[in-house]
Design a protein around this ligand. Structure first.
Ligand SMILES: Cc1ncc(COP(=O)(O)O)c(C=O)c1O
Length: 400
């Protein structure tokens, strides 16, 4: 088979099958579709998996992050230190609480917050750190947790990409006060829309449960998980560890196929005390941003599931003060006197995040049953497309 037709057979993700069909039919027949016993069962299974005391199912990770901050009493005039390199939900949850995101740059190894830069961002207003494990690569959660402890800050982990990833033998999502996971369709546990929070703090777990579902006398939300999502979550969780190993095998094999190229490499986890789950493979390219985007377009047209990594969040429209939302801009509150008081987000600079978010890394999905033949076809595609696209050194990056 030629490489182009092999690429067209790249597996879709997810591929729901008979087991899922039986499970959702059972829910339908039960006539109980909103959160009940299936959600409770999933929560128990997820808490066991995390080796955490509690797990709480929610409608999606954006809700989970918002609930976590609300339950932890992070609000007006508080600051949360966060990465500029993530999906907007890691930051919009802070704005939803009328708190102020204070961005700090990432490090190139893990693509997570650089622990060395965090302390310079701490002010008397700082209440929490939001740590994101991008593409399934564990951020330096142990070091960040220590900084949080030393400064009496709360650590929240957005582990949306990283169920099953570990650092020092501990699951990501257990280093902070809470860990939040996305079960959105594209994710490793794929339920359409869904999410789950893990925590060891009983009081926080109980508060999250109250705020999740109308909360009686506390202002709260309806952020419940559905029974459909819960049964799909149970199935996804039962397969997660084997599927994570498959993704890791694919990452290693693709790295071996590209090992002699000086313009493309797979970002493998190099620490011996960490395991990445390769929710997406970080494919790093030594070509200009514009050529990387052209390459990405050709990948997508050829049937390869890939995306550009996030755009730097401090430049997101949420931070341009002209179209002021009705609820105001937390960093312009008259009572706010912290790090962003006299600053504009668009004037900030995060060299590492800007370098990596703008095209240097593409996300490549190798969910099961992606085969070694698919990866061989992909390597062939990459070589041919690269030589067609890149004419001279002007198309390369300066600092590879
Ligand atoms: C890092 C990260 N956090 C949070 C979310 C939000 O997840 P959800 O779609 O479940 O709200 C996403 C979504 O892709 C994400 O990538």
């Amino acid at each position: 088979m030629d490489y182009a037709s092999k690429l067209r057979s790249w597996p879709r993700w997810p591929e729901y099958g008979p087991e899922e069909l039986v499970a959702v039919t059972k829910v339908l027949k039960s006539n109980q579709l909103f959160a009940a016993s299936e959600v409770q069962l999933f929560e128990q299974q997820f808490a066991d998996f995390q080796e955490s005391e509690f797990a709480v199912g929610i409608g999606n990770a954006t809700q989970g992050l918002h609930l976590a901050l609300a339950a932890l009493d992070i609000g007006k005039d508080d600051e949360v230190i966060v990465t500029p390199c993530s999906w907007i939900s890691s930051v919009s949850c802070i704005l939803m609480q009328n708190a102020v995101p204070v961005f700090s740059d990432i490090e190139s190894d893990t693509l997570g917050l650089d622990p060395k830069l965090i302390e310079a961002k701490i002010t008397p207003r700082t209440k929490a750190i939001m740590l994101v494990h991008i593409l399934g690569y564990p951020a330096r959660a142990d070091e960040v947790a220590e900084i949080a402890r030393n400064h009496s800050l709360i650590l929240v982990e957005d582990a949306s990409h990283a169920p099953g990833a570990t650092l020092n033998g501990r699951k990501m999502g257990t280093f902070g006060e809470v860990g939040v996971f996305s079960l959105q369709q594209r994710k490793a546990i794929s339920t359409g829309d869904g999410g789950v929070i893990s925590t060891n703090n009983k009081e926080v777990a109980e508060k999250i449960r109250r705020l999740r579902s109308f909360g009686h006398d506390e202002l709260s939300y309806n952020y419940r998980m559905s029974e459909f999502s819960a049964v799909l979550g149970q199935i996804g969780l039962s397969r997660l560890e084997a599927q994570n190993l498959e993704r890791e095998r694919c990452a290693n094999y693709l790295a071996s196929l590209l090992k002699d190229e000086d313009w493309a490499r797979v970002r493998l986890e190099s620490r011996t005390n960490a395991t990445s789950v390769y929710y997406a493979i970080g494919l790093e390219l030594n070509i200009s941003d514009s050529k990387a985007i052209e390459l990405l377009e050709q990948m997508i047209t050829s049937g390869i599931p890939a995306r550009k990594m996030f755009s730097p969040l401090h430049l997101h429209p949420h931070f341009r003060s002209k179209p002021a939302p009705a609820r105001g801009l937390p960093w312009r509150n008259t009572t706010y006197d912290g790090f962003m008081k006299e600053r504009n987000y668009e004037d900030l600079s995060f060299p590492i995040a800007q370098e990596y978010c703008n095209g240097r890394i593409l996300e490549l999905y190798v969910h099961p049953p992606t085969s070694f033949e698919h990866l061989e076809a992909f390597a062939e595609f990459l070589r041919i497309t690269y030589h067609n696209l890149v004419e001279d050194d002007a198309d390369r990056r300066v600092n590879w």
